[in-house]
Ligand binder design. Sequence first.
Ligand SMILES: [Zn+2]
Length: 60
Amino acid sequence: MSVAVATECPVCAGMVGVPGDAMMGELLDCDECGSELEVTQLTPAIEVREAPMSAEDWGE
Ligand SMILES: [Zn+2]
């Protein structure tokens, strides 16, 4: 288990827990509003944005 950190949801401004081992592009769900969020930055601070609604598979 890794230490989780929290960041602010860009949609509802609620706190979103992010796993300490989160990767760029990892998708998370906001507990507050249910939005799907994508990790866009890991350092110096984790940032997330609302994930595209598209179900397209972007591949590797
Ligand atoms: Zn939210």
